[in-house]
Design a protein around this ligand. Structure first.
Ligand code: M6R
Length: 607
């Protein structure tokens, strides 16, 4: 999603701005732009489409200066065109903005009535116009910005250049992250700490309501009322950024292949010395008090929560609610103070999940974050954090983060089971022993390329697909459908198989591929009965089950793939792998951009 990069430096910044933008590009974007102060004037270049378009534009018509701002845009208000790309500017001011100006319509009407001429369809332009309006009424740069920010409703991470102050860069934050990096030659600013790698030695994470002014040698911080504030930079421990594909065709494929190692890293992070249990950095006194869990997340992280619900209810005997983050804070659910609220996010920056966390905190709940990016906003604001140790995930379609989220949830399940005395030591020992062997089994499953290619040929020309499962596999079916639709653009739905005859069975005919996830568990018999109902209506069934399950259905399925036996609690991790790979190979055979699917962003930082 939108990304900000800015620099004020003793050396020319244009190259830094372009490199900064390319570090942000994995988040997903559809246009980009930079603005630099050159010889006392603000100069700007913007381009729709890939960053390469902007790079070529800048090469053809170079702009150079010691201070500049840059942006990758993911369209929310207005088409992904050059005119809607950031920075937005007037003669006096240039602005790059992440977030949403909710009252942009009324601001625009008011400013147009005063003679301001808008150039774009975006909400963000209203910030540049509003600041300019206040400047023209005689305010100083800082006051014009401060007053404008007080009038804006919504969220922002903002970097601002003023023509009048060609050596000063302004930054402000409300609800959308910005981090300031200090180097020997000046300052860099970004919405994503990763983009500061190799540049900054120390960082400061701007807090909501703060407004900063930077020059090459100075950083001054105020609140929005204008009061000075102190701040403390901390040493920057750079996250290892996997920049290459390591010989794989796509980041997604590379990340799927990393999963056995990710699983093992995550496991070993929490493994006790005697290798018999998983120990989590949450005090026993907190876990023992938990009477209910509320898990809140979006997308794939939400489905990880759905899987966890089945585990925790079964192994720890605790009730679990799982909420879509964008719904959670608006549905006025009565929240129990003894609940543990768990926020799951790969990026740790998803706007809805973050807002849900703030909501739960206000209601006095203990908040636990399960995140990949440990310096993220969600991680910083939770009471407890469980990092999932997946490493940087670049592919927009989440894969290894899902596996790492499940692994972390499985450990949490064991910790809760122990705390509630629901889980015996022997059962835990047996599972941990199986977990130690599991990476090898994952690798074998990932290597079966011909099986996934065969399924992708089956799905290649479909417009729709149906994913089915029962019990915990119904949660996995949802993740399978999400993976397929987001990268192959095939419409896919997921249903608990038992729900089929209450409606979706009407969709089944000889054109509809039905992907059934039926591991050996207490529901297998019921799953296979549901499958017969599909077969009786001519559905083209692709079945993932164990050897006996496949044998039993041999005469009415189009394809059957047998997975080897594993501990029942590990089955969701195991059955995830074929779902990811069938989505990957289907997207590939359809010629889609696997790593950056259309319309999607890696990190969704607007509501
Ligand atoms: O960073 P988060 O885990 O909070 O992101 C949540 C979703 O946006 C994300 O899982 C999305 O659904 C992925 N594209 C799924 O592959």
């Amino acid at each position: 999603m939108c990304g900000i990069f800015a620099a004020v430096n003793q050396n020319p910044v244009t190259q830094h701005l372009l490199t900064g933008l390319s570090c942000l590009s994995y988040r997903g974007y559809d246009s980009s732009g930079i603005a630099v102060i050159e010889n006392g004037l603000i100069r700007r270049q913007r381009a729709a489409g890939k960053l390469e378009n902007l790079r070529q534009l800048v090469e053809g018509n170079p702009i150079q200066g010691l201070i500049g701002i840059a942006h990758t845009r993911w369209a929310t208000h207005g088409l992904p065109t050059e005119k809607n790309a950031h920075p937005h500017m007037t003669e006096e001011v240039a602005v790059a903005h992440n977030g949403i100006v909710e009252n942009h319509h009324s601001l625009k009407l008011r400013l147009e009535a005063q003679g301001c001429e808008f150039q774009s369809e975006t909400d963000s332009e209203s910030i540049a116009q509003l600041i300019t309006f206040h400047l023209r009424r005689g305010m100083s740069c800082q006051d014009a910005l401060r007053v404008a920010l007080q009038e804006i409703e919504g969220s922002y991470g903002l970097v601002v250049l003023f023509r009048q102050q060609p050596d000063q860069l302004y930054v402000a934050r409300r609800g959308s992250p910005l981090v300031i990096g200090r180097s020997n030659d000046g300052y860099f600013v970004s919405s994503d700490e990763n983009a500061l790698s190799g540049l900054a030695t120390q960082v400061y994470h701007l807090q909501d309501g703060e407004l900063g002014r930077l020059s090459t040698s100075l950083f001054r911080l105020r609140d929005i009322q204008g009061n000075q504030k102190a701040c403390r930079f901390v040493d920057f421990h750079q996250m290892h950024v996997d920049s290459g594909k390591d010989g794989f065709d796509h980041f997604m494929l590379k990340e799927i292949h990393e999963q056995p190692a990710v699983f093992e890293r995550c496991l070993r992070q929490y493994l006790s010395e005697d290798q018999e249990r998983l120990e989590y950095p949450i005090p026993g006194s907190i876990l023992e008090k938990v009477s209910r869990l509320t898990i809140v997340a979006c997308g794939t992280s939400f489905y990880a929560g759905q899987v966890a619900k089945y585990w925790i209810e079964r192994v720890a005997g605790l009730p679990v609610d799982v909420d879509i983050a964008s719904e959670f804070r608006y549905r006025q659910a009565p929240l129990d103070q003894q609940s543990l609220a768990v926020f799951v996010s790969q990026s740790g920056e998803t706007a809805d999940t973050y807002a849900a966390l703030q909501h739960a905190r206000k209601r006095g709940l203990t908040c636990l974050a399960i995140v990949n990016v440990v310096n993220s906003t969600i991680a910083r604001e939770a009471d407890y954090v469980l990092p999932i140790h997946a490493g940087t995930e670049v592919g927009v379609a989440s894969t290894k983060a899902f596996i790492a989220q499940l692994t972390t949830f499985l450990g949490l399940t064991l910790a809760l089971g122990r705390a509630s005395a629901y889980l015996g030591a022997e059962a835990e020992r047996a599972l941990v022993a199986e977990m130690l062997n599991f990476p090898e089994q994952m690798s074998q499953l990932i290597s079966q390329k011909s099986m996934y290619s065969a399924i992708s040929r089956e799905l290649r020309h479909c417009s729709n697909a149906l994913f089915l499962g029962r019990g915990i596999s119904s949660a996995l079916a949802q993740e399978g459908a999400l993976k397929l639709k987001e990268i192959s653009y095939i419409h896919a739905e997921a249903y608990p198989a038992g729900e089929l005859k209450h409606g979706p069975l009407a969709l089944v005919d000889e054109h509809l591929p039905v992907i059934m996830i039926a591991p050996r568990d207490e529901l297998l018999g019921k799953s296979l009965s549901n499958l017969r109902e599909v077969a009786a209506r001519g559905g083209r069934i692709i079945l993932f089950s164990d050897k006996e399950g496949i044998e039993e259905c041999r005469d009415f399925i189009v394809q059957g793939h047998a997975l080897p036996p594993v501990h029942e609690l590990l089955q969701p991790l195991q059955y995830t792998i074929p779902l990811q790979l069938l989505a990957y190979y289907t997207a590939l055979i359809r010629g889609n951009d696997v790593d950056q699917p259309r319309n999607l962003a890696k990190s969704v930082t607007v509501e």
